[in-house]
Design a binder for this molecule. Sequence first.
Ligand code: MN
Length: 452
Amino acid sequence: MPDLRAFITELEEEGELLRIREKVDTRFEAATIMGLLDNGPAVLMEKVKDNKTPIVAGICGTRDRICRAIGVLREELHARLLYAINNPVYPKIESEGPVKEIIDSPRLSDIPVLTHFQKDGGPYITSAIVAARGLDAKMENVSIHRLQVLDDTHLAIRIVPRHLYKLFQIHKEAGKPLEVAISVGLHPAIMLAAASSAPFGVSEYGVANTLLGGSLMLTTCEDVSLPVPRDAELVLEGRIHPDQDVEEGPFVDATGTYDIVRRQPVVEVTRMMHRDQFIYQALLPGWSEHHLLMGLPREAQIWESVRGAVPYVRGINLTPGGCSWLHAIISLEKQSEGDGKSALIAAFAGHKSLKHAIVVDSDIDPYNLEEVEWAIATRFQADDDLMLIAGARGSSLDPSGDQELELTTKMGIDATRKLSKSKEAFSKATFSEEYERRAKEILERVGSGSSD
Ligand code: MN
């Protein structure tokens, strides 16, 4: 069963889940605990102040946890994700499901939504996927959006100009409200699929179903004509009216800095369904889980794009220091002199928010930042190997860029060795195999302390 509960059980069995039995506060305290556990285990906060619903967080908090959930090795993740994006299979829809155990009128204050940081505009739902359809009710989109709780029945929704934005614009022009089905408490594959950039018109439910080997099941909603994952913990149904907007924010985004406050649309929530004794899933914005969910699908896209420009790509790393969003390291096998620059152009084309990209040869591990710096130090000349593109489309999240017009300067660093010069000139000296073996034997004897 591809649900959150089964995955929580699996994490607990593997020693990857921390249970907190002390009462925690949804204002700042829970988020602070999540921050201190960053890159560590997932956490289940069993008792919540003034609320009877437990909170789970950090479910997709490490690269290895996401790989475990999907059942792939680290190096297979990008290929598996691309396969799912290119081969979506729409899941079956059933009339009943666990998420329909309790069907109620909405009271958002019943949900333990977290307020994360001191200057936040309010409590925010950060782990929700939002499903919506086109005017013909055929085209469907599922994407992750932050939702600011305004009162018991209203949420401000941040809609970045991508697929949901397009659907909302189409409805707006027709003067019609956009129906949305918001699901929380999901298996990581569903989160990752919703974070992926499948082409417009492809339902991310289909991508998730392929990622899960065909085991995803959906169920119908009560108030809106949209399906939701049958095994979700919580579903909110509602409408975005074309003529209503509010100031959304302040909110900490992927860069770990405050995003600017903008006027954004409002979801009027009309129905709430949940499992009996549901678990609320939280996600700390600006920290690892946020980075990974945003970054992993982009790594896959960059990989596909660069693979079209050069024959062999060893790996792509959207680095944590670059918020898993703004900085890419691409390791590849260079065959002609221009391959490094072609790869940089392809990387920028593959991920529009990418700001700085570094290309290294395939002997450099893209996940080892010290090796990457060594390559820059020994294989890069700025007058020849540096590429600057001013006034390009960038991320709205980068406070150093033009956040209104979303403009930035892109920088590409080609730290691949020159093919005209001998390879040896750029190779790190190594020890001979024979001496390395003998040296290891000597060290083993010292380490073991044996006298013979
Ligand atoms: Mn989409």
